[in-house]
Design a protein around this ligand. Structure first.
Ligand SMILES: Cc1cc2nc3c(=O)[nH]c(=O)nc-3n(C[C@H](O)[C@H](O)[C@H](O)COP(=O)(O)O)c2cc1C
Length: 183
């Protein structure tokens, strides 16, 4: 399959997940294009519709994706809408699937403050007709010293060092499983 591995990572945590997705999908023989979204990423440089499978992920900031990712999605949405590709009732596109995921700290309300992001990120592919087959959440420590207290004392408990080796092993397993679903 042709796979788009799209992510935005402000402090590197989601980048670790995305790198593992890329390696695992390649190991299964898929053709993977990874794109890191940053503030200046040109929204016209990729077309999701050119891919069979999409991974889309980011960190969580005030229960939303970071601004660079929100802007990228808004601009991409505009492009598809202008081309008439956002249709009433979002008809399914056969053979096109997606996974949306987030890394998050959950310091205040735990999974409740993380779960909005995979929903948010899954909406553009869903509008285009992709089936969002899974949503994943992974703990991600706060990489700013002044927020260490949130990495230790939030609802997720002590998440220092996450995502760690064990989390990345889990990502490998998840990637292998979800891509098997499409074969
Ligand atoms: C400045 C800052 C604000 C954050 N705000 C939240 C938040 O509101 N909710 C949350 O669950 N996690 C929050 N986090 C934790 C991040 O979502 C988590 O560390 C994530 O893994 C970062 O991913 P990234 O490095 O790929 O951007 C915050 C982290 C930082 C550094």
């Amino acid at each position: 399959m042709k796979i788009l591995n799209l992510y935005c990572s402000m402090t590197g945590n989601t980048g670790k997940i995305a790198a593992t997705i890329e390696a695992s999908a390649r190991q299964q023989g898929h053709d993977v294009h990874t794109l890191q979204v940053v503030a200046k990423t040109d929204p016209g440089q990729i077309n999701m519709l050119n891919y069979d499978f999409l991974f889309i992920g980011s960190g969580v900031y005030s229960w939303l994706p970071p601004e660079a990712m929100r802007k990228f999605i808004e601009d991409q949405h505009k492009i598809y809408a202008e081309q008439g590709l956002i249709k009433a009732a979002s008809p399914r596109l056969p053979g096109k699937s997606a996974v949306a995921y987030a890394t998050y700290g959950g310091p205040h309300t735990g999974t409740n403050e993380g779960c909005i992001v995979p929903k948010y990120l899954g909406q553009l592919p869903d509008h285009l007709g992709f089936e969002v087959v899974m949503e994943w959440l992974f703990p991600g420590e706060f990489n700013l010293p002044k927020y260490t207290v949130h990495s230790v004392g939030g609802r997720l408990g002590d998440i220092r060092g996450r995502p760690d080796e064990h989390d990345l092993k889990q990502v490998e397993q998840l990637v292998s499983g979800v891509l098997r679903f499409r074969q």
